[in-house]
Ligand binder design. Structure first.
Ligand code: BYC
Length: 475
C-alpha cells in the first residue's frame, strides 16, 4: 500500500488502475489542472529546474526524494496513509462504531462541503503567490516558494480524488469548479476570506505561511480523525508536507527580524526612517503585518457559535485538534465553553454549549500554537539586545466573522468607538505606505548564495545542501 506507482499517468498508491472509470475521470481532469497551473501558477517558472522533494512513499522514514525537476513535470499524485481495517470512530454520536470506507448518504452534503472548502484553499494559495518568484530575495527562498506551490497543487489533487471517487457526478462538478474560482475575483472568488487577500510581497508570504498554513495544520488535524476513513488517511499525509510550509514562514520572518536587528545595532537606532533608508523593514511595520495576517487567519475558523460545527462533530466528520489525546467523553453533549462577545464598554464572556463552540475551541488551540512561534521571534530580538517585543493581537481585533465581526477592538483588547478605531487603524494594520515601502525592497536576487539586503541568510540549506547550492536552474 505504501509504495507509490510512478509508472502510471497519475502516480498513486490507491490502485487507481483497478478502477477504470475513476482513472478515466481523473485523467480527464488532469489536463485541466495543468492548464490551470500554466495560466495561474508561478509566473515565469516554466523552464526552471527546481530542487524539489517529491513524495515517493507514505512511510514516515524516507517518504521524500530530492532532485531538480521542472515544476510542470512534478509528479502530482494521490497518496493515502496506510489504513487499518478495524479503526473505530473516536468521537461524536457514532463513537465506537467502525470507521466508514464510503460516504453515508445522510452526511454526503456536509462531507462534500468540508472537502470542497479544504480543496479550495490549495489552488487559492498558489494563485495568491504567483507573482512572488519575480521578487525572490534569494535562490534558496525561490526554491522554497516553488516547493510550497507544488505541494499545494498536490493537496488539491488529494481533495479532487475524494470528490471523484466518493461523490459521483456532483463531486466531479465540484472538482471542475475548484479550477474555476479565482483568488480575489469579484465574480467567482475563493470560498474563504483570507484566500482572497493579496500576497503581494515576501513579508506577506512569510506571514501567510506562518499563520495561514498553520490554520491548515489545525483544520487538517481535525480531519485526520474523521469517521470517513479516506479523508482521515489523506489529510494525515497532507500534514507531513505542511510542516515545511510553516518552517518557511517562521524562519523567513525570523531572518527578516534578524537582519533588521543587525542594522539597528550597526546604526544604533530604532528610527523608522533611518532604518527604511538603510533598506530593512522596521519592527513596527513587521508588527502591523503580523496583526493583519493573524486576524485574517483566525477568521478562517468560522463563527464562534456554529451549528455547522456542532453537526460536523456529532456526526463524526470533524473532530477537535488531537481529539484522541483528550480526556473527556468525546461526545460533549453536556459541556460548555466560553466565547467572547463585544458589548458597549467592553468584552464579555458568554458560556455556551461546547458543541456549538467547537470552531472557537479549534481557534483557541491555534492561537496557543501561533503565540509560541512569535516568542521564538522575540528571542532573536532579545539575543540582539533590542528592547522590542512582537505580540499577537487580541483575538477580538479586526474580526470579520462571528460575534466579534465589526467590533471595534484594539490589539490590546480594548473596545473603542468606531471613529477611534478608524482613526487609529493605521497604527495597527499595514498602511498603503507600509506596503509600498515593503514592495520597494522586493528586488529579485537569485545568484546562488546571495541574499537581498532586508533578510539574513538561513543557517543551513535544504536537505543538508549548502546555502549557495544551485536550488533553481534557470534555462
Ligand atoms: N470566510 O457556521 P460557520 C489550508 C462562512 S487552510 C468566508 O462558522 P462553519 C491552507 C461559512 O462558510 C484550512 N466565509 O461555518 C492554508 C458559512 O457560510 P454559509 C482550510 C466564511 O462551516 C494555507 C457561514 O460563514 N480548511 O489548508 O462552521 C495554504 C457561517 O459560518 C468564513 C478548512 O477550513 C471565512 N473565513 O465553519 C493552503 C476545513 N468562515 O454556509 C491551504 C474545512 C465561515 O452560511 N472547513 N464562513 O453560506 C470547515 O471546517 C468550515 O467550513 C469552516 C467554517 C471552519 C471554514
Amino acid at each position: 500500500m505504501s509504495g507509490i506507482n510512478y509508472s502510471e499517468k497519475i502516480p498513486n498508491n490507491v490502485n487507481l488502475s483497478e478502477d477504470r472509470a475513476l482513472q478515466r475521470a481523473l485523467e480527464q481532469w488532469q489536463p485541466n489542472f495543468v492548464n490551470w497551473w500554466d495560466d495561474i501558477g508561478p509566473e515565469g517558472s516554466t523552464d526552471s529546474e527546481v530542487y524539489l522533494r517529491t513524495a515517493v512513499s507514505v512511510e514516515p522514514q524516507g517518504w521524500a526524494q530530492f532532485g531538480h525537476v521542472k515544476m510542470r513535470d512534478y509528479r502530482w499524485g494521490i497518496f493515502l496513509n496506510p489504513g487499518s481495517d478495524d479503526r473505530t470512530i473516536g468521537f461524536g454520536d457514532h463513537k465506537g462504531e467502525k470507521a466508514w470506507t464510503d460516504v453515508p448518504g445522510e452526511y454526503r452534503a456536509n462531507l462534500r462541503r468540508i472537502i470542497v472548502t479544504q480543496g479550495d484553499t490549495e489552488p487559492a494559495s498558489v494563485e495568491q503567490q504567483r507573482h512572488l518568484g519575480l521578487t525572490a530575495p534569494s535562490m534558496y527562498d525561490l526554491r522554497n516558494l516553488y516547493q510550497i506551490n507544488v505541494e499545494e497543487g498536490r493537496h488539491l489533487w488529494a481533495m479532487v480524488y475524494l470528490l471523484h471517487k466518493h461523490f459521483g457526478r456532483d463531486g466531479r462538478e465540484e472538482a471542475d469548479a475548484l479550477l474555476e474560482r479565482r483568488s480575489g475575483d469579484e465574480d467567482n472568488p475563493r470560498i474563504l476570506g483570507a484566500f482572497n487577500e493579496a500576497t503581494p510581497d515576501w513579508l506577506s508570504f512569510f506571514m501567510f505561511t506562518y499563520f495561514t498554513d498553520r490554520d491548515g495544520k489545525f483544520q487538517l488535524s481535525a480531519l485526520t480523525e474523521s469517521a470517513f476513513d479516506p479523508l482521515a488517511r489523506t489529510t494525515k499525509f497532507m500534514l507531513t508536507e505542511e510542516a515545511h510550509h510553516m518552517f518557511v514562514g517562521e524562519s523567513g520572518v525570523a531572518r527578516t527580524i534578524q537582519r533588521t536587528a543587525q542594522v539597528m545595532n550597526e546604526l544604533k537606532t530604532d528610527d523608522v526612517n533611518r532604518l527604511r533608508a538603510a533598506g530593512v523593514i522596521d519592527l513596527p511595520t513587521i508588527q502591523r503585518y503580523l496583526n493583519f495576517h493573524f486576524s485574517v487567519t483566525i477568521d478562517l475558523f468560522g463563527a464562534d457559535e456554529s451549528s455547522n460545527a456542532a453537526t460536523f462533530f456529532s456526526t463524526g466528520l470533524k473532530s477537535r485538534y488531537e481529539e484522541g489525546k483528550r480526556e473527556d467523553d468525546h461526545i460533549l453533549k453536556d459541556k460548555t465553553y466560553q466565547v467572547l462577545v463585544a458589548k458597549e464598554g467592553g468584552l464579555e464572556v458568554k458560556e455556551v454549549p461546547m458543541l456549538n463552540a467547537l470552531n472557537e475551541v479549534l481557534r483557541d488551540d491555534y492561537i496557543k500554537d501561533s503565540v509560541a512561534g512569535v516568542e521564538r521571534w522575540n528571542k532573536v530580538l532579545t539575543k540582539a539586545g533590542i528592547p522590542f517585543q512582537l505580540r499577537v493581537p487580541h483575538k477580538a481585533f479586526n474580526r470579520n466573522i462571528g460575534a466579534l465581526a465589526g467590533a471595534n477592538v484594539t490589539p490590546e483588547g480594548e473596545v473603542v468607538s468606531e471613529a477611534e478605531w478608524k482613526a487609529r487603524a493605521g497604527e495597527w494594520l499595514p498602511s498603503t505606505e507600509d506596503r509600498a515601502f515593503v514592495a520597494s525592497l522586493m528586488g529579485r536576487v537569485v545568484e546562488p548564495g546571495k541574499f537581498a539586503n532586508w533578510i539574513a541568510p538561513p543557517v543551513v540549506g535544504i536537505n543538508r545542501m549548502p546555502v549557495d547550492f544551485d536550488y533553481v536552474r534557470f534555462n
